[in-house]
Design a protein around this ligand. Structure first.
Ligand code: SAH
Length: 244
């Protein structure tokens, strides 16, 4: 990481209320790992240093805004990152919040293997990975209704996310979805899907990504009661035939 990159990371962190100075070496290592991994497989289209730092690292950390992850900073709390890809937001969260127990899930095994290798390289022992699809996990008693928090970034529209993620949450658990700009139509469809799946969409926070000013939204859904047994539908159906 160049001195300019380090300055961007620190400035972005400050704007989120985070002192990232102690974590500079870990983020520098994560940047190297991401670029090395990207040479072997398609992990990210963003390769400029400023993009990696702001649009991956800082953006991932914005899921903490609003304090919805608050009580998860306890070893007993189980947090799942659905569709983690190259480890976002899982790995930046794990760097800044070492107490967080994180399961990073992705449908692509090569990506979960990359995340596992990178977590080991950064000595983030609290990160575990699982290669699989949310639809199958949501029907597996080992994972259904087992998590207090699900985070997800750039994976699907809100009604699809509700079907993929709410089954995994225990009652009172929260889904924190990181989105770009959100249309009123998507928000409305998310409301209806959440209700159908035993939850409620109760909070949307609109904000700007530090420094770039890009529009972002954080959507929070709460699980109110067990999800009906017919959900999630089989693999691929939630995306192809969204509930709303
Ligand atoms: N969260 C990362 C990756 C986003 S790309 C980031 O913000 O950079 C979306 C990822 O979700 C892909 O890696 C894809 O494999 C995964 N994905 C999509 N649908 C999925 C599903 N139903 N179950 C598990 N992973 C899924």
């Amino acid at each position: 990481m160049t001195p300019e990159g380090a300055a961007l990371l620190l400035q972005g962190g400050l704007e989120l209320g985070l002192d990232l100075r102690p974590h500079l070496p870990a983020f520098a290592e994560l940047q190297v790992a991401l670029l090395e991994g990207n040479a072997q497989m398609n992990l990210t289209a963003l390769t400029a240093e400023s993009d990696i730092i702001l649009k991956h690292f800082i953006d991932s950390l914005t899921c903490y805004l609003g304090g919805w992850l608050g009580e998860t900073i306890q070893p007993s709390v189980r947090l799942l990152d659905l569709g983690s890809g190259a480890g976002f937001p899982a790995l930046p969260l794990a760097i800044v919040y070492p107490q967080l127990q994180i399961l990073a899930v992705d449908a692509t095994r090569k990506k979960t293997e990359y995340i596992a290798r990178t977590a080991a390289r950064l000595q983030l022992g609290q990160v575990q990975v699982l290669a699989g699809r949310a639809e199958s996990l949501g029907r597996d008693p080992a994972h259904r209704e087992q998590y207090q928090r699900v985070v997800t970034r750039a994976v699907a529209t809100l009604p699809v996310l509700a079907e993929l993620c709410l089954p995994l949450l225990e009652t009172d658990g929260l889904l924190i979805a990181q989105k770009g700009q959100l249309t009123p139509e998507e928000q409305d469809a998310g409301h209806r899907a959440a209700a159908e799946l035993g939850g409620e969409l109760f909070h949307v926070k609109h904000f700007e990504l530090p420094i770039t000013g890009d529009p972002r939204s954080l959507v929070v859904m709460r699980k109110l009661r067990p999800t009906p047994a017919r959900y999630p539908r089989r693999e691929g159906v939630p995306g192809k035939q969204p509930l709303f």
